[in-house]
Design a protein around this ligand. Structure first.
Ligand code: ADP
Length: 264
């Protein structure tokens, strides 16, 4: 509470009391703190790749490392990877900003879930094969009203994570079924699940994993190329559709990300 105190005086200028007005600033306080945290994380996330790019290019520009040499090529490759990471980060931040400010409207249309899951499986077939991972899909085909591009984006992000955190010779299942089997779901919803046999997520992180920039391991963004914003974007899209998203995971055994969508 922010207090505003005023001394009350009588006609002879003697103090006769005080008047205090308290303003509830809980929300403003939380917003300011969130803004501060957001800026510090973003600037850290931006600084790391920028330092690498700047350092590498300076060595090349000053001729300290010849451009055509093996080391020169490595520096250029590194700079290219880091700049790609920057582009991804900025795109994700802008995307989240658009979603949260409500300026990007959902374009709900009738669609069949099989069309979506088919497209997503096609998209990942090659990457999964290269990583030695089996993809399995079970989708009897539900007619729903949803923004196809947005749900495609959610599934893509969940599948991308599942592949990133799965070992070779493991399986990833993408399934769609009636929402009746979901915790708190009903027959007017459909339930999408992406289940993997990867490294899993520790229980204390499961609840937090949908928050911005939260990663299980701080080296994840460097080694796996993520931004820590993907699941926040997924949550936003699912909730805008009136559904909910969650995860069940066992460390070392695998994770199961699920979300529901209303049929209409
Ligand atoms: P990122 O772009 O880093 O993948 P996400 O928000 O999509 O961002 O995921 C946040 C973090 O959650 C990941 O960095 C990883 O630590 C963890 N995570 C997400 N999906 C999985 C999964 N299937 N298995 C294990 N960990 C996962």
């Amino acid at each position: 509470i922010a207090w505003n105190n005023t001394v009350l005086r009588n006609g002879q200028n003697n103090i006769i009391g005080t008047m205090s007005i308290g303003e509830d600033i809980t929300e403003r306080f939380a917003m300011d703190r969130m803004k501060g945290e957001f800026i510090s994380v973003v600037s850290h996330e931006l600084r790391t790749p920028l330092t690498a790019i700047h350092g590498g290019i300076k060595l090349l520009a000053k001729g300290l490392v010849p451009v055509g040499s093996e080391q020169g090529k490595q520096l250029l490759q590194l700079a290219a990877e880091h700049s790609q990471r920057l582009v991804r980060l900025v795109n994700d931040i802008l995307e989240l900003e658009r979603l949260e400010s409500g300026t990007s409207w959902l374009k709900k249309q009738p669609l069949n879930t099989q069309t979506l899951t088919g497209q997503v499986i096609d998209l990942f077939q090659l990457t999964a094969k290269q990583a030695g991972i089996n993809l399995k899909v079970f989708d009897p085909g539900f007619e729903i009203m949803a923004d196809g591009d947005r749900i495609h984006q959610v599934l893509t992000n969940l599948m991308d994570n599942a592949i990133k955190f799965s070992p070779a010779d493991s399986t990833i299942w993408l399934t769609v079924e009636s929402g009746e089997s979901a915790p708190g779901g009903d027959k007017n919803t459909v339930l999408f699940t992406v289940r993997d046999q990867g490294r899993g997520i520790p229980p204390e992180k499961c609840a937090k994993i949908f928050e911005r920039f939260i990663q299980v391991d701080s080296s994840d963004s460097r080694e796996k190329g993520g931004t820590g914003l993907g699941l926040t974007i997924c949550q936003n899209i699912v909730e805008q559709h009136g559904g909910f998203i969650g995860v069940k995971s066992t460390l070392g055994k695998g994770s199961c990300f699920y979300f529901t969508l209303p049929i209409n």
